[in-house]
Design a protein around this ligand. Structure first.
Ligand code: DAH
Length: 325
């Protein structure tokens, strides 16, 4: 067997190789179990000891030569791959699908941020409430017609799913002395048939500010600031007298978008000056404090902000809706 010719041929072929799979074929051909060299080794069985030593030494040298050829080629191909194929900087990036926040969360975050700028602290309350905090302490006694304003999911005796965030007014005042200003974002529930404007679950942001010289003027200023902030100044605000048992006077706040001057006024919250009975209930000294309170409808704000005409979209897992935010 002409080992020099074999080495020459192998070297020529290897220098023409441009990728790792061709190199693998080369390796099988020259170093594999069925390669010429291996067959040559196999043929030694029948030779004399002397011949075996001679040819064996040559054949070994040839194998070392071929192996080192292979190693070198592999190294150079791999480093070339790294530079020119593995990192192709001209290739467009792969878009990784990313989750995002629910529109209600986005709007809640906006509302919270706006109130925080004005010094309001965020407080959370329980979704399961007692009849006392949800109704009685707020001057909504049993069998009073005012209770009809809040259709209720009753749980076991005396417990219910809160129908509004107002019970936190009482819970907070029981444990804190004025002055303070807080907001209470959270979920509320009403035992209602659903339609495009009603859901049996929704979110409110309750607000309560108590100090020793608070008037409706403070309320109007703060609410206007916040609504302008949330709607990037594109909003007109209107205050209307209304009734809620736990405030006196009570009012409702409507907004209209400036870019829709012919559009309707849309109600976004109930509010008023905290009724003095509530201060009695939490054992504040008489005639010492005044405050205002409000309950803002989060879905309402989101519907106006994003032009959504059916509240039921928010609790529908349809990805085509959710993907738009
Ligand atoms: N809790 C009332 C509701 O759910 C909204 C409300 C009205 C909250 C007046 C207030 C308030 O704090 O002062 O309908």
């Amino acid at each position: 067997m002409d080992l020099d010719a074999l080495k020459k041929r192998a070297q020529e072929e290897s220098s023409a190789i441009k990728n790792l799979s061709d190199l693998e074929k080369w390796r099988v051909k020259y170093l594999g179990r069925k390669s010429e060299l291996s067959l040559f080794f196999d043929s030694f069985k029948n030779l004399s000891l002397e011949d075996r030593k001679n040819k064996g030494a040559q054949a070994n040298k040839a194998r070392i030569f071929l192996t080192s050829l292979y190693e070198q080629k592999k190294k150079s191909l791999e480093s070339a791959t790294t530079h020119f194929h593995f990192f192709d900087i001209t290739r467009p990036g792969k878009k990784i699908p990313k989750g995002h926040l629910h529109p209600i969360t986005l709007v809640l975050n906006d509302i919270i941020r706006s109130f925080e700028k004005l010094g309001f602290a965020v407080v959370l309350g329980p979704e399961i409430e007692t009849e006392y905090y949800n109704f009685d302490a707020l001057r909504i006694p049993r069998n009073h017609p005012a209770r009809d304003m809040w259709d209720t999911f009753w749980l076991q005796k005396g417990l219910l799913l809160r129908t509004h965030t107002s019970p936190m007014q009482i819970r907070y005042m029981e444990k804190h002395e004025p002055p303070f200003r807080i907001i209470v974002p959270g979920k509320c529930f009403r035992f209602e048939a659903t339609d495009s404007r009603h859901e049996f679950q929704f979110h409110q942001v309750e607000g309560l500010m108590v100090d020793d010289n608070i008037s409706l003027a403070n309320f109007k200023f703060i609410i206007e600031e916040v609504l302008k902030d949330i709607f990037k100044n594109q909003v007109t605000v209107r205050f209307r007298p209304s009734y809620f048992p736990f405030v006196s006077p009570g009012l409702e706040v409507d907004i209209k978008l400036k870019n829709k001057p012919r559009g309707q006024w849309l109600e976004v919250m109930g509010a008023g000056m905290v009724h003095p009975d509530l201060f009695d209930t939490v054992k504040y000294p008489k005639n010492m404090w005044q405050g205002f309170a409000f309950g803002l409808g989060v879905e309402r704000i989101a519907m106006i902000k994003y032009g959504i005409d059916d509240i039921r979209f928010f609790f529908n897992p349809d990805i085509r809706f959710l993907e738009q935010f």
